[in-house]
Write a protein that binds this ligand. Structure first.
Ligand code: ZN
Length: 258
């Protein structure tokens, strides 16, 4: 069984001391490829460097939390980063109306700028949207978004429908294992077409709440991806092996990786 973790924040400080062990554990658990998430220009640079050293892939983008830090140098810097062979998508970018760390107009401005960059470069888009439906879908529709994944999808049926209608792929994390806030995802998982589904851990965040035994440090890591695979397979009434094959095929086609 081979899996692709399409979103792991491996530049996070919690991986500084034992990244080699974490990556070895991921391989032991069948995680064949990992896409490291870039969340700011600086973090994207780190992600690209880390990907080059460890044979991983990465995204280059600015998370909506960091929109307020963007300036005239941001898009040229991302454009330059995107030329690195490890960079397989633009993002994560989008809207986050949950935490509101950056004002909405600034979030929208830099989301649109990154959408345009992805279109210019012909790169897929790694989209972050939290409590931003329907505005996010509206922007994607107006700008005729190309290939994109709604990473860490946690929304309701209407939001899922809007993204599927826009041709988006849907990234599912261990949120689906959360008996408090992920129950609706167990229902919705069946509604995602098999050729649009992707899996991710969003490490070190979103440790599946039903992991047994519970990891000592609460840190999530790519080795937990098979656990998420099994939860999604259960929700869809599919064999994990078949779902693994399908999601891996989807991920490789989406990012253009072998
Ligand atoms: Zn995100």
């Amino acid at each position: 069984m081979e899996l692709v973790d399409i979103g792991a924040n491996l530049t996070h400080a919690s991986f500084r001391d034992d990244l080699d062990t974490v990556l070895a554990r991921a391989r032991e658990h069948g995680v064949a490829q990992i896409v490291v998430t870039g969340t700011s220009v600086e973090e994207s640079r780190c992600a690209a460097a880390l990907a080059a050293v460890h044979g991983l892939y990465a995204t280059a983008g600015v998370h909506p939390h960091h929109a307020r830090e963007c300036d005239d140098t941001t898009i040229p810097a991302l454009r330059e980063l995107a030329a690195h062979p490890q960079i397989v998508a633009i993002g994560e970018c989008g809207l986050d109306f949950n935490r509101n760390y950056s004002p909405h107009p600034s979030q929208e401005k830099w989301f649109v700028a990154q959408l345009e960059l992805a279109a210019e470069l012909g790169k897929p888009l790694f989209l972050h949207s939290r409590d931003a439906h329907p505005r996010c879908a509206e922007i994607l529709r107006n700008l005729r978004v190309g290939k994109a994944v709604a990473h860490c999808f946690t929304g309701e049926a209407a939001e899922l429908r809007a993204y599927l209608d826009l041709g988006l792929y849907i990234g599912i994390t261990g949120w689906i294992c959360d008996e408090r806030r992920g129950r609706h995802l167990v229902e919705l998982a069946k509604d995602i077409p098999g050729d649009r589904l992707l899996l991710e851990t969003d490490s070190p965040y979103l440790t599946p709440r039903d992991l047994q035994p519970r990891p000592k440090a609460r840190r999530n890591e790519p080795a937990h991806l098979p656990h998420i695979l099994r939860a999604v397979a259960r929700a869809r009434g599919e064999a994990p092996e078949a779902l693994a094959a399908a999601t891996t095929r989807n991920a490789r086609a989406f990012f253009g990786i072998a």
